[in-house]
Ligand binder design. Structure first.
Ligand SMILES: NC(=O)c1ccc[n+]([C@@H]2O[C@H](COP(=O)([O-])OP(=O)(O)OC[C@H]3O[C@@H](n4cnc5c(N)ncnc54)[C@H](OP(=O)(O)O)[C@@H]3O)[C@@H](O)[C@H]2O)c1
Length: 300
């Protein structure tokens, strides 16, 4: 299969690109800087220079492809929360551009979503969970992709959990770890009883590769294997750094992390991935307790 991928220099996208190459697919990646993309080139990935705002380039490359994996996302909103609306708008435009090219072809477009889109929900959450109405939200991007499903595009939304990790832990845990070092204590928010799913980055990437082959038109998949509470995660960080744990208020957390991230960190979202296992034949290779072990440095 000829696959066009965005975000291939990123944490998850780089693994998706590698796995696709290993499986014998022909991969073209949209990249905005050659430096970070060199390892991809060495693996045999064809590089196309462009950004997520260059829709002509995206349309042209999509028209040459049998499938698209879209993992690029403007994450600069973590630094400045006011940029979130622009990140969402760009994502919607990229998805629309590919849908326009793929209309009626039955080709797959696999896009990245976040389980955080569903807000805070108790219990194991599957794809039937209603999507909250607040905006801006990645729900808008999902809607564009799911509309594409009605137009004969095999669109899939991969809703990833907060903690996508490798042996160094997850991006969101590393942010908490850096703050813990600065503050001299690892802190959970409120009671720290919130719980979040995790998934090893190689397992997450494998789900995208499978979705390119097995998704239907307009599918959503929850991807996660393992979970940790805020207290468990903070205890693992504190043990690793040999510092104490503490509780902080939501106001203090917003000061430390910014309001968007503080809300996201204290959200309860444990996903049920039965649909991905059933329909995509997704079988995570890493055990459910791998995340906390990676944080503690005891996973091999
Ligand atoms: N990691 C997680 O824990 C997690 C959780 C839930 C959802 N997700 C979603 O999964 C997807 C992949 O995440 P990730 O962790 O792999 O993200 P990442 O490591 O931050 O990578 C983002 C990718 O997007 C590219 N990109 C950003 N802005 C761009 C622009 N203007 N033009 C072209 N490319 C641009 C980056 O290119 P450069 O290398 O040039 O910067 C990079 O390749 C994203 O949609 C993310 O929001 C991730």
């Amino acid at each position: 299969m000829k696959v066009f991928i965005t975000g291939a220099t990123g944490f998850i996208g780089s693994r998706v690109a590698s796995q696709l190459v290993e499986e014998g697919h022909s991969v073209t990646a949209l990249v905005r800087g050659l430096g970070k993309a060199l390892p991809l080139k060495e693996k045999g990935v064809r590089l196309v220079h462009g950004t997520l705002d260059m829709l002509d380039v995206i349309r042209e490359e999509a028209s040459k492809a049998d499938g698209v994996a879209h993992l690029g996302f403007k994450h600069d909103f973590f630094r400045d929360n006011s940029l979130y609306g622009n990140a969402i708008e760009t994502d919607c435009k990229v998805i629309s551009a590919v849908v326009e090219v793929f209309k009626g072809t039955n080709k797959p477009l696999i896009m990245s979503g976040s389980a955080g889109t569903l807000g805070s929900v108790e219990g194991e959450v599957d794809e039937s969970c209603p999507v909250p109405a607040f905006r801006p939200s990645r729900a808008t991007c999902e809607e564009v992709a799911l509309e594409g499903g009605k137009a004969g595009v095999r669109t899939a939304v991969m809703r990833l959990p907060l903690h996508v990790f490798d042996s160094n832990g997850s991006m969101f845990q590393q942010i908490q770890e850096r703050k813990a070092k600065q503050e001299g204590a690892a802190s959970y928010i409120g009671e720290g009883n919130y719980q979040q799913s995790s998934v090893h980055v190689e397992d997450a990437a494998a789900a995208y590769v499978l979705a390119l082959q097995h998704t239907g038109c307009g599918d959503t998949f929850h991807i996660g294997h393992g979970k940790a509470s805020g207290r468990e995660l903070v205890a693992a960080i504190a043990a690793k750094l040999d510092i104490s744990t503490a509780s902080v208020s939501m106001e203090k957390a917003a000061e430390l992390y910014g309001p968007l991230l503080a809300k996201r960190l204290s959200t309860t979202m444990v996903v049920n991935s039965s649909k991905a296992r059933r329909q995509l034949h997704w079988e995570p290779k890493h055990p459910a307790d791998a995340f906390l072990k990676c944080v503690a440095g005891t996973y091999s």
